[in-house]
Ligand binder design. Structure first.
Ligand SMILES: O=C(O)CCC(=O)C(=O)O
Ligand SMILES: [Fe+2]
Length: 281
């Protein structure tokens, strides 16, 4: 029993360090059935290999990121990313949801809060999945797979396709660092919602995807976020004289709308919530 407790404590501490210093971590031995992951990957790959007219039967609806197409494109002058996307809502009962639930509980414990605090606050949590397919690109030096951005979610779970090349990069001290894919394991990152709730103690990290000259790449991304109905802002426990309130309260549905109707531009979307007198981070 003591062993279990020690293990749990060490896991919580690792999550705390990763969240404070990186905003990203990889989860090994996550317990999700590998068949489920393989099936998802196969379904996604099969979909992207369909002829264009078949894929276009499920077009991305304007002003949303749901369906097939390229999200976050708003002008003809915009430089396009080298990426095909297909996004959809996921049933709350989905097995991966349970996994995100576990991670979000660990995250709240690592902040010294009750494990269920975020889940209770989130109401009927939104779980959305996006599949990104990056075909080989003859000029990876000129074209990005996915422009720099932070995620609007609370937590994001990323699964990378089998034999994936390095594609994901995260920004750390103004340097883009590659995230080495580990087969069958998840990459988790903090999204804007957790940055706001923790009053900036945990930060959403800017990341992007690069392309490869010869190899294609698939990523399956699950965004775990609060219900669009809830109002949120920094948790009072994490605001004090030393850490004055950095973000205003807002409705998460409005934040989501703001997020999906703007270009991906680093962490610019979070300006929506920042209290302007305090924009140092
Ligand atoms: O493909 C990747 O590795 C990154 C995907 C991503 O950041 C996203 O879909 O938000
Ligand atoms: Fe992302």
């Amino acid at each position: 029993m003591k062993g279990d407790k020690d293990e749990h404590f060490s896991e919580v501490m690792q999550v705390k360090t990763a969240c404070e210093e990186w905003g990203f971590f990889q989860v090994l031995n996550h317990g999700v059935d590998l068949n489920v992951l393989e099936n998802m990957e196969k379904l996604a790959k099969d979909f992207f290999m369909l002829p264009l007219h078949e894929k276009q039967k499920h077009p991305m609806a304007p002003g949303t990121v749901q369906g097939y197409g390229q999200a976050f494109v708003f002008s003809e002058n915009q430089k396009l990313d080298w990426c095909n996307m297909f996004a959809l809502g996921v049933e709350p009962s989905c097995i991966r949801n349970q996994n995100s639930g576990h991670r979000v509980r660990l995250t709240s414990v690592s902040l010294g809060l009750e494990g269920e605090v975020f889940e209770e606050m989130f109401g009927e949590a939104v779980q959305a999945a996006r599949m990104n397919y990056y075909p080989p690109c003859s000029r990876p030096d000129l074209v990005l797979g996915l422009s720099p951005h932070s995620d609007g979610s609370a937590l994001t779970v990323l699964q990378q396709g089998k034999d994936s090349t390095v594609g994901l990069q995260i920004l750390k001290v103004q340097t883009w660092l590659p995230v080495q894919p580990i087969q069958n394991e998840f990459v988790i990152n903090i999204g804007d919602t957790l940055e706001v709730l923790t009053n900036g103690k945990y930060k959403s990290v800017e990341h992007r995807a690069v392309t490869h000259k010869e190899k294609d790449r698939l990523s399956i991304v699950t965004f775990y976020a609060p219900s669009y109905k809830i109002e949120l802002g920094p948790m009072p426990e994490l605001v004090d004289e030393k850490n004055p309130c950095r973000y205003r309260r807002y409705n998460h549905g409005e934040y989501n709308k703001h997020y999906v109707t703007n270009e991906l531009q680093g962490k610019r979307t979070l300006d929506f919530a920042k209290i302007q007198s305090n924009t140092s981070n």
